[in-house]
Design a protein around this ligand. Structure first.
Ligand code: 5RP
Length: 262
């Protein structure tokens, strides 16, 4: 099956496989949303069904919840879990500080709530998600449906006040109608190009009353596990500790060792 995957899916598959090793029996686990998190849920589901892993999980979207249940993973709400040992999720972009843009799948509100209620958040991503400066991927802002046009104007004014000129803001669509999140809100995508000061922007945007949550994750992620199409995975910790590069799939000779770079 792995051999039939596209190069990008191979990269997603292997980073999810490596990150699944962080999940141990007895843990309460936050499950991200998206095409990379999909593989994580698959890997965890397989271990649960084999009887190797006993966990409870808090999914970050209806989509992930349905998949986790199908995989045989015990699903609870965040309030039932109370606090989580670990959350593993994808990202649309990550930079050298492990600041993220999330929300490409429209689930960043629940994803942020779940990640922040976790001892640690690990991001899984293929190498294309690494950027020098956040902002090429449109920044998702979840807003109330009520007064969303006014909220959009307030966001546009804020961007100008922060020195961003000519930024296009689009309402995310699902066919002919606006996309509606699991929480019943709309998403505005901000086509920033480059975000000069992500922390300042994130906190200013969240001051606008109609804004529910922005897709910038600052100081939340503690490690990134980056997958490559050749089956190798590079794991980096925010602490600046050693980087681990391991061949997860592909050339079986290389499967036998892992390389530690400092
Ligand atoms: C969903 C997200 C996803 O994690 C993000 O969009 C990455 O998705 P994918 O793994 O499909 O590239 O933030 O809201």
């Amino acid at each position: 099956m792995y051999d039939d995957l596209s190069p990008q899916d191979k990269a997603k598959y292997v980073c999810a496989l490596r990150a699944a090793e962080f999940v141990k029996s007895g843990m309460k686990v936050g499950l991200g949303t998206g095409s990379t998190a999909y593989w994580l849920v698959k890997h965890l589901g397989q271990s649960v069904r084999n009887g190797e892993l006993d966990i409870v999980a808090v999914p970050t979207s209806t989509r992930t919840k349905e998949q986790a249940i199908e995989e045989g993973i015990k699903v609870v709400t965040l309030d039932e879990a109370g606090w989580l040992d670990i959350t593993i999720d994808g990202a649309d972009e990550f930079d050298a500080d492990f600041s993220l843009i999330k929300g490409g799948g429209g689930a960043h509100l629940q994803e942020k709530v779940v990640a922040m209620a976790s001892d640690q958040m690990i991001v899984i991503a293929d190498a294309s998600k690494r950027v020098e400066t956040l902002g090429k991927f449109p920044l998702p802002i979840e807003v109330l449906q009520f007064g969303s046009d006014a909220t959009q104007k307030l966001i546009a004014n804020l961007l100008v006040a922060q020195g961003y000129q000519g930024i296009e803001i689009t309402c995310r669509m699902a066919g002919d109608a606006p996309f509606v999140t699991d929480e019943g809100n709309f998403i505005l995508d901000l086509h920033m190009g480059q975000i000069a000061d992500a922390k300042a922007l994130a906190s200013a945007i969240n001051q606008i009353p109609g804004v529910v949550e922005n897709g910038l994750f600052i100081d939340i992620c503690s490690a990134v596990v980056v997958g490559n199409a050749d089956g190798s995975v590079r794991m980096e910790l925010k602490s600046g500790a050693d980087v681990e590069v391991r061949q997860m799939m592909g050339d079986t000779n290389e499967n036998l060792f892992s390389v530690i770079e400092s």
